[in-house]
Write a protein that binds this ligand. Sequence first.
Ligand code: ADP
Length: 863
Amino acid sequence: MATYTPMIQQYLKVKADYQDAFLFFRLGDFYEMFFQDAIKASQELEITLTSRDGGGEERIPMCGVPYHAAPSYIEQLILKGHKVAICEQTEDPKQAKGVVRREVVQLITPGTVMDGKGLHDKENNYIASITAFDTQIGLALSDLTTGENLVAICSNFDELLNEIYSVGAKEVVISRDFPDEWKKQLIDRCQATLSYEAETTISSDFEGILGELHDERLTCTFGRLLTYLQRTQKRSLDHLQKVKVYYLQDSMKIDLYSKRNLELTETIRSKGKKGSLLWLLDETKTAMGGRLLKQWVDKPLVDRTKIEARLTMVETFIANYFEREDLRTLLKEIYDLERLAGRVAFGNVNARDLVQLKKSLQQVPAIEELCRSLQNDVYLSERLDSCEDLSNLLEEAIVENPPLSIKEGNIMKDGFHTQLDQYRDASRNGKTWIAQLEQQERQKTGIKSLKIGYNRVFGYYIEVTRANLHLLQEGVYERKQTLTNAERFITPELKEKETLILEAEEKIVELEYQLFVDLREQVKQYIPRLQVLAKRLSELDVLQCFATVSENRHYCKPIFSKTTELFIKDGRHPVVEKVMDSQEYVPNDCYLNADRQMLLITGPNMSGKSTYMRQVALTAILAQIGCYVPASEAVLPIFDQIFTRIGAADDLISGQSTFMVEMLEAKNAIANATSQSLILFDEIGRGTSTYDGMALAQAIIEHIHEQIGAKTLFSTHYHELTILDGQLSSLNNIHVKAIEENGKVVFLHKIEEGPADKSYGIHVAELADLPKSLIKRAKEILSELEADKLLTETVEKKTVVKEDLLTDSQLSLFAEENPVPKKAPTLSKKEQAVIELLKSMNLLEMTPLDAMNELYQLQKKIK
Ligand code: ADP
């Protein structure tokens, strides 16, 4: 068998360590991919698949991308959840003996990208690692772009899944023996890319960032993440911040389903931010503020003191409109300090970034002054560190409009570095000399159009048009280049100056690059201070954002009740209200207390039941993140958890049916809710047959009422359930009012006490413009069914009477001493067949209409 060429052998050796990544193998100006990588990449990136001879028996599939265009291809692969290993030539091909040495210099993965479309300014990009212990699971999170590190202990896998989902971690690092079922859930539910790392010990270089981390389990989990980052990034991680331990019980628990249902950070339909609560709230002016806002929305607080501290600051900002507006203007000028710190550590900032940094820092004294005038003990007591020394340094060093490239000079200011100034003088003097030479030559020769120019190939030259050539003195000018209408010349003195200028320029570029690298190293020392400043500014940004939204949308400051009472006056759904804009949103009250824990909401479809339920939950969430709420008055308990079952979106990703999802969500609520929780169940039991669904709905209501005592809003179209009002002491009926006008239903969206008086399904179908003939037929069927129901009820009553009689007669039979055995009635074959058919009928799966038809057929058989 033929053996592969040395280059392909080298490729295969490197590839063996990066099985789960596309290996971008540098060959000259291209990154090439081979074998399976090439086949897959050509499909994913829609690039041409070719092949080459690699010494083996068959040609090797190959595809490649030009070196300079690689970032956009890498980005495409990362966005699809893949990993890319960058393999560079690590020695000069001219020096190499045999195959040029090549090594992987970085593994880019969804959780470790530092730039590109996968990153959003206002979203963190977390990578997670998990370690399972006996009963609990350690979780570590890191955002490489900002340097933030978090660790927590989850008490079970569901809790862990919720965390991963809510922070949106794109990649999860685990050990090889991680349970398969869990892996599947991470991929299906969180769309996470999985990576493996066995090593969990933390190298001594990183001891400084461990801070208060004493729990072995957390150290080990974080160690796994850190080792993975070191192994894949192979560069400075100096910007990693102190690890912060957080406790899940410090925030309101909202499970994965409920977060999705309530559309806190993205909508169910488009999966985008627009239309979500986060979208409504986002009046932040900085990217850092935007990220913190998302974190706060994801984790409402449960500690009253902390919530009230935020609310007080919001109140201060509302009361001081002008200061707030000034702050907003100043914040707008603040660059993303956290991500900048990350890029400084990674060594990929440019001079423009540093100018932005300087400009940001220059805003801080004014923000500080503004905060002093506002006085707030919690958020404004400490002074903001404007890193004045750093901003002065940058002011002295870098010009106002530097180029993007850091390798072409024109970055440093004059006067910053003596040697640089000298080179620049030489270069500038040379250029002035050349300008003067042009004048002298024109005078000497009398050629007005004579000019001195420069190009990379020929250097400086004197250009004379063909018509004027005879005016040049013989023997002085050396011909260099001939153009159609002109000739270009040089002179010995021009050549000499050229050498001086070019040498100076080369030195300038080299020195400027070196000075920039030194400056970058100096900025690195400020990373921890910049990170603290970033955190303080982002908090101020989110709090001013709450104040701005609250004032613009006329929200009120919530009060937290000492009892468990909830009272919302004129409550609105914040997002629906905003979207409706000019149209009038109808405000509604909600009242719950110890004797009124559950509300059973009836009313026609589309009347506003689910909007009403959501608005109660969103009001509680807004209050607990420290924002005002959409109501004219709100007294609220502090909820420990919110559970929802709203909407009937099939969970297509995990392939579960609507009904299964419904039941999973119900189970989740029932298993975890406490008396301090809020449960919203919208139309539960709808996904199965009528009796099944109604039975389940009632059993669920009874269970919550008797066993849990959570505040519950339960909407239903099963009218039959409204009788529970009389049976369960703290359940009350309410309904959304609708009226009929000229035979059509008009929704008033107004909540009133008591059950709704009828169902309006056909009217809604009419509103949806179903064909008139169909609507007419539905109305006929409805009246037939209603008539039949009446009939059945009468029959049932009669049957009961008959059964009573039978029971009596049986009693009397039993009383007899020698009872005569009752003779079984003899049935015809037809009758027996009908009985068998009756027995085999699955009533729970039939609509009343089907049942009627079947009965009719059966009756016909034996009549
Ligand atoms: P249901 O759950 O009863 O089927 P929804 O809550 O989905 O109804 O509401 C249907 C539509 O009615 C909403 O999309 C919204 O446009 C409108 N709506 C709901 N509540 C109100 C309200 N309070 N004021 C004005 N319009 C409302």
